[in-house]
Design a protein around this ligand. Structure first.
Ligand SMILES: [Zn+2]
Length: 63
């Protein structure tokens, strides 16, 4: 499994999306938080980012 975060701050045209391994979760959360703050001027805690923006995704591994 991997983690994916996609921006859904209701700003049309924003295509921010990031995908990382499970163990990189802290970095994923921080990057997403910084993006939302810098691009959209909204403050979220890491917990809020995790609840509202992050999904687990299955990654197909190349043979
Ligand atoms: Zn965004």
């Amino acid at each position: 499994m991997a983690l994916q975060v996609a921006c859904n701050t209701a700003v049309s045209g924003c295509v921010f999306m990031m995908r990382t391994e499970d163990e990189d979760k802290d970095r994923l959360l921080r990057e997403a938080r910084d993006h939302v703050r810098e691009q959209h001027g909204k403050e979220f805690t890491l917990e809020e980012i995790e609840e509202q923006f992050v999904n687990e995704v299955t990654v197909e591994v190349e043979p």
